[in-house]
Ligand binder design. Structure first.
Ligand SMILES: [Zn+2]
Length: 471
């Protein structure tokens, strides 16, 4: 019996020992209670240190102890941070680590405003504005994508954390705007016979398709071996079928092979600009009386004296071309504008004389500086252009002064006769629209004839009189 009791005692002791061992009764430890090893928080939110309990003891009795926390969570920056909790008691050290992940779960803002009743076939919306900002990435406008899906258009933006915002709209596909087709250089070009025509090029831009220059079709050719007017047609069509057509005119001019004559001594070339006018008929009478031939550089805008063009030519004078409009602000803006005006006065003179004049005087002369106001360098361009096209321009060597303050016929007479050179070219600038000028002519002719001078009209073969070009 004693043995039985002993066995029971031993058995119970072993069991008790087992239970106590299980409860760590003999092996005291540090316990972390309610401890999460991982947590997640939204960026820019406030991170609060977790309140945990740490105790020392066993499962029956555990006494709270202090602990240290190491590590920081930067809530301004996405990432994974590690916080270390450390406790120590009676030489026992226990360390636990916690991972805190800072994440961005906030989708970007997306604002789209536009007219979706006019959407290009390729999905481009004209007059659309959009922008996107993200709480973490900032401005994401550059990252906005759009896609046309049937009759819906979807705008989409994704932030760096993969958060997506979309906006969808019903659309009507329509393109009512034609492409813009712009020709390089002027729309009317003037070139000399037997020179090479080089296409100056063009640019085509469409509201929907962007740059479509490559789709431009060019029709027409220029035969530079034959004088005449040629037309080149440029056409371009956008994806919706809107077509734009523009034309360029190329005028090929026969070049006259003139040889400038030698300077003949004691020759006077009287030239009269800006007419015909009120006093021109009287001037023609005077010239006729002395059988003196002169040169008229005529204008075209005043139609009251058109018959005098016919008379000037019929009486052996040279009818030169001054300008149709005599409007500096118009003719000196481009080669095209100048040539258009020049050909207009040439046409008018031809209509009244039957003669195609190619003798020119630039308004203000080739040395004028007023043209700088309208186009820098235009006189240099025009001077070589008109010569290239077979025209010939003349300036002057003697100013009568009638374009300035001189209104006295005696003073005009003195200015002219006092400047005459026996061994040089005498091209006299006068204006037949001024009464005092016409009143001085008779005395000038009488002086010239009395002193052995000859009066002559300018021709294609006359000696060159060009001033220095200043623009
Ligand atoms: Zn003039």
């Amino acid at each position: 019996m004693k043995n039985k009791a002993l066995i029971v005692v031993i058995f119970l002791s072993v069991a008790l020992l087992g239970i106590l061992t299980y409860l760590n009764y003999f092996n005291k430890k540090i316990y972390f209670q309610k401890f999460d090893e991982y947590s997640k928080i939204e960026v820019f939110s406030k991170y609060e240190e977790e309140k945990i309990k740490v105790c020392y003891g066993n499962k029956l009795k555990c006494t709270p102890i202090d602990y240290n926390v190491k590590g920081k969570v930067n809530t301004q920056k996405i990432g994974v941070y590690t916080i270390t909790y450390e406790a120590e008691k009676n030489g026992i050290v226990s360390i636990r680590k916690k991972r805190v992940e800072v994440v961005d779960k906030t989708a970007p803002e997306l604002i789209v405003e536009g007219d979706f009743n006019n959407v290009c076939p390729n999905g481009k919306v004209n007059n659309v504005t959009y922008n996107s900002t993200d709480n973490y990435d900032g401005n994401l406008t550059d990252k906005i994508e759009y896609k046309l899906n049937g009759d819906r258009i979807i705008y989409k933006v994704t932030d760096s954390s993969g958060n997506i915002t979309t906006k969808e709209y019903d659309v009507t596909i329509k393109d009512e705007e034609k492409p813009t087709l712009i020709l390089n250089d002027d729309s009317t070009l003037y070139i000399a016979l037997n020179t090479k025509y080089v296409e100056p090029g063009y640019v085509a831009i469409d509201n929907c398709d962007g740059n479509i220059t490559e789709k431009v079709k060019v029709d027409g050719t220029v035969n530079t071996q034959k004088a005449g007017t040629y037309e080149i047609k440029y056409s371009v069509e956008d994806d919706f079928g809107n077509e734009t057509i523009v034309k360029r005119t190329v005028k090929v001019f026969a070049k006259n092979n003139y040889t400038p004559g030698v300077v003949s001594n004691k020759t006077i070339y009287l030239t009269f600009d800006d007419g015909p006018g009120k006093y021109t008929a009287r001037l023609l009478d005077i010239l006729k009386k002395y059988d003196v031939k002169a040169t008229f550089f005529v204008t075209g805008y005043d139609n009251r004296y058109n018959d005098l063009l016919t008379r000037e030519y019929a009486e052996g004078h040279t009818v030169g071309l001054h300008s149709y409009s005599h409007n500096y602000g118009l003719i000196y803006t481009s080669t095209e504008a100048y040539m258009e005006d020049l050909l207009r006065i040439q046409e008018k003179v031809k209509g009244y004389t039957g003669y195609e004049s190619k003798i020119i005087r630039f308004p203000g002369g080739s040395s004028n500086t007023i043209s700088r106001r309208y186009r820098m360098g235009i006189m240099s361009t025009l001077a070589s252009k008109v010569e290239e096209l077979g025209f010939r321009y003349f300036d002057w060597t003697i100013m009568s002064g009638d374009a300035g303050n001189t209104k006295d016929p005696n003073k005009i007479y003195q200015n002219v006769t006092g400047s005459l050179k026996e061994n040089g070219i005498n091209v006299v600038l006068m204006h037949d629209i001024k009464e005092y000028t016409v009143n001085s002519v008779e005395r000038i002719i009488e002086y010239g004839l009395a002193n052995g001078y000859t009066f002559a009209p300018l021709t294609m073969e006359s000696p060159v009189v060009h001033q220095r070009i200043n623009n």
